[in-house]
Design a protein around this ligand. Structure first.
Ligand code: DAH
Length: 340
């Protein structure tokens, strides 16, 4: 009997397996009810009394060795299996990927925050407009080229219905609907019938600011522009006003800032001039105030409007406007806002 046990012990110790199936067969062969160890236990009663103690101990030890062997094999085996499948339950989970804000939204938010510090609140208007809000009430003469079909998307059945060509149309809503004084900021989408290229698109975004109160002067406009330019482009930024023409402002100006890339020395981006054009502005034309029922003798105001795409391209050095609309994740994920 002891010899049998010894032989079996050697067999058990020498066993190794390459599949889970082999381990299971090994377990059935030795540890099941009809297995080799159970049959040795069954033979135990035939063992002479004087050997019972030694044989009993050897049998118990054999069973323990067999059970440990099965467990150890299973453990090492399953570990290796998991390794193969790449599954490690101790690893932490995949982080959830955070989205990022669209660069146009980042810049729009930054601009609105700067103006909010000056007391401007947001107002929004419709993207589908009529001729009155987009042109007539803003003092556009009938024959003004901006009314030309080249620029404006008209609705065929009713040429009075158009897609707004600028956010200045919201000035008309605000002048008519808001209580004075008005100090509001209008971000929004605008539409022009233009060929799509690296520099132009048929859909783009503008931000308009309008301030109307008693005794608003050109100095207020200039100070607002200076504050905005320094906050947005940096403390060292300077502004320059060039006389210009817009039907709804008088006098009108275009505003340049010193090129933030070369600091005004002249580079590729500013085409060697040291200056970058960023927006149009002016004192609200008294005609516009009167057309919208506001007494131009008592009230005056300033307005300004800028293209968000242009400002964003300047800020991030983006060369092609079409990137804003393609929604290529490789482009979009490069932009993150502080605190987002
Ligand atoms: N609406 C003008 C445009 O789309 C931009 C503009 C210029 C807005 C002067 C203004 C302004 O409010 O005062 O080109």
């Amino acid at each position: 009997m002891l010899d049998k046990i010894k032989n079996l012990l050697d067999e058990l110790n020498g066993f190794s397996a390459t599949t889970l199936e082999e381990i299971e067969q090994f377990r059935i062969k030795h540890l099941s009810k009809k297995g080799s160890i159970a049959s040795l236990f069954a033979d135990f009663k035939t063992v002479p009394n004087e050997e019972k103690k030694a044989v009993g101990q050897a049998l118990n030890e054999l069973k323990t060795v067999a059970m440990d062997k099965v467990n150890a094999l299973k453990e090492s085996f399953t570990g290796a299996e998991f390794g193969k499948s790449g599954l490690d339950l101790t690893l932490s989970g995949d982080p959830v990927k955070l989205g990022s804000r669209h660069p146009l939204s980042l810049v729009r938010n930054e601009i609105t925050e700067i103006f909010a510090r000056l007391g401007f609140t947001i107002s929004e208007g419709p993207e589908i407009e009529d001729d009155w809000h987009n042109f007539s009430a803003l003092n556009f003469p009938e024959e003004h080229p901006a009314r030309d079909m080249q620029d404006t998307f008209f609705i065929e059945k009713n040429p009075d219905v158009i897609l707004r060509t600028h956010t200045s149309s919201v000035q008309v809503h605000d002048l008519q609907e808001m209580e004075l004084p008005i100090r509001c900021l209008t971000p929004g989408r605008v539409f022009r019938n233009e060929a799509i290229s690296a520099r132009a698109h048929c859909i783009f975004h503008q931000i308009e600011a309008l301030y109307v109160d008693e005794k608003v002067s050109f100095a207020d406009l200039k100070q607002t522009l200076t504050y905005f330019a320094k906050e947005f482009f940096g403390e060292k930024t300077e502004i320059r006003l060039r006389p210009s023409y817009f039907p709804f402002t008088e006098p009108s100006a275009e505003v340049d800032v010193t090129c933030s890339l070369c600091g005004g020395k002249g580079c590729n981006v500013c085409k060697g001039t040291g200056w970058l054009e960023i927006l149009g502005c002016g004192m609200v034309d008294p005609n516009v105030l009167e057309l919208n029922g506001i007494d131009s003798k008592k009230y005056s105001g300033f307005a300004l409007g800028m293209g968000i795409e242009r400002i964003t391209m300047l800020k991030y050095g983006i060369k092609d406007l079409r990137l804003f609309f393609e929604n290529d994740i490789r482009f979009l994920e490069q932009f993150t806002a502080a605190g987002f």
